[in-house]
Design a protein around this ligand. Structure first.
Ligand SMILES: C[S@@+](CC[C@H](N)C(=O)[O-])C[C@H]1O[C@@H](n2cnc3c(N)ncnc32)[C@H](O)[C@@H]1O
Ligand code: SF4
Length: 381
């Protein structure tokens, strides 16, 4: 096993809560920002010994909206991490941005702090749709943000979309897809397009239940799926994970760690880690998180030590999210076992059902399997 590790940092502040969002993020706790960053840097320093033993190859600053807070805090976090690691090993340093909070000054500080990948939440290019889902930005904000990033020569930009957004018609969706692929010559090298998840107790859930908004019907959603998976590859963005497309060479180094079941440490409220075969989760209440760190208490509220069988099953589910699927040799190297000796029945059944296929050294989802991936995961739970 290699000696690489990734770092995730959670920034739980946003200008305004989007109607669909279930992330741990607050629109009304700005007075905690300074204290939170101080606690976060302390948590990172408390892990100095572990970090010194590995090669940190990726850092991902996510949220919430990291671009919402003053850029001096982002610099402070990265400078703290840099004290503890060998910076030469770093391949990718990503920050998530909301188009309405990007300024030239912030981007300059990001660049000087070693950030080399921007992930911008666009969601839709239609202002009326953005408004319906409670986004605080417009397409004009996005255009301006992208120009600023290009002027400062950020060469690895990712854009997030969600589909199908409520009441969206097929033509508008096609227009959104055409719009994002037109950004190829403006350094958009990666596109994440997430299937809308409706979480209980969100404003979106309420608006749908009360009939203020309605979901797109399944036939139209399937047409959208087909258009997306035809248009993106045709324009050079190949699908490498269920929801992720990239120009070759611009796949996310950090996110691939999740799908390869590689180790990473998460810092901040609600952050999770995978380390030594164990999954950890941090405190989800921000006030308690700050108090715990500052009084030297552990911030971990969940610890799942996984046995070998659980680890192997999880590996399969995660690897099948990638379009290339499971590499049979990698499985053997990681677990010292032949995957076919342990999961032969499940694999054969899924192949017979047309959901999995074997090719050379890989086992992967078929086109049909990609459409109903949940059915496949269930066989390995
Ligand atoms: C932490 S946010 C990205 C940065 C920033 N907070 C923003 O929204 O612009 C991560 C991404 O998750 C996706 N996302 C959030 N909630 C979702 C939901 N309910 N269903 C599908 N995708 C969702 C959005 O595409 C969003 O850009
Ligand atoms: S800006 Fe991003 S993290 Fe914040 S509420 Fe909206 S989707 Fe969630």
């Amino acid at each position: 096993m290699n000696n690489d590790i990734g770092i995730y940092v959670h920034i739980p502040f946003c200008l305004k809560k989007c109607y669909y969002c279930d992330f741990v993020s607050y629109q009304d706790k700005d007075e905690l920002i300074d204290k939170y960053i101080y606690a976060l840097c302390n948590e990172i320093l408390q892990n100095a010994e572990i970090l010194s033993q590995y090669n940190v190859t990726s850092i991902y600053i996510g949220g919430g909206t990291p671009s919402y807070i003053d850029a001096k805090y982002i610099k402070q976090i990265l400078d703290t991490i840099y004290l503890l690691i060998n910076k030469d090993e770093l391949i990718e340093v990503t920050i998530e941005l909301n188009p309405n909070s990007i300024t030239e000054e912030k981007l300059k500080i990001y660049k000087d702090s070693g950030i080399n990948r921007l992930s911008i939440g666009l969601q839709s290019n239609h202002n009326n749709v953005l408004k319906k889902i409670g986004r605080a930005h417009t397409i004009e904000d996005f255009e301006k943000a992208l120009d600023l990033a290009n002027n400062l020569e950020f060469e690895n930009i990712s854009v997030d979309l969600i589909y199908p957004l409520p009441d969206l018609n097929l033509n508008d969706f096609k227009n959104t897809v055409d719009y994002v692929v037109s950004l190829k010559n403006r350094n958009v090298k990666h596109i994440s397009i997430y299937n809308l998840e409706i979480h209980e107790n969100t404003k979106l859930d309420f608006l749908l239940k009360e009939g203020y908004l309605s979901l797109v019907n399944e036939d139209i959603e399937y047409e959208m799926y087909k258009y997306l998976n035809y248009t993106l590859p045709k324009n050079g963005y190949y699908r490498y994970e269920i929801s992720n497309y990239a120009i070759p060479g611009f796949e996310s180094v950090h996110n691939l760690k999740y799908w390869n079941q590689d180790r990473y440490l998460g810092f901040g409220v609600n952050a999770s880690s995978f380390f030594g075969g164990t999954r950890y989760k941090n405190e989800t209440n921000i006030e308690k998180y700050i108090d715990d760190v500052l009084s030297d208490k552990s911030t971990i509220i969940e610890k799942e030590e996984m046995d070998l069988l659980d680890l192997m099953k999880e590996y399969i589910i995660l690897a099948l999210r990638k379009i290339e699927g499971i590499n049979v040799d990698d499985f053997k190297m990681k677990y010292k076992k032949n995957i076919y000796n342990i999961f032969l029945d499940e694999i054969n059944e899924l192949i017979q059902e047309g959901l999995l296929e074997k090719n050379k050294n890989n086992i992967k989802l078929t086109e049909r399997g990609l459409e109903v991936a949940n059915v496949v995961w269930e066989r390995f739970i």
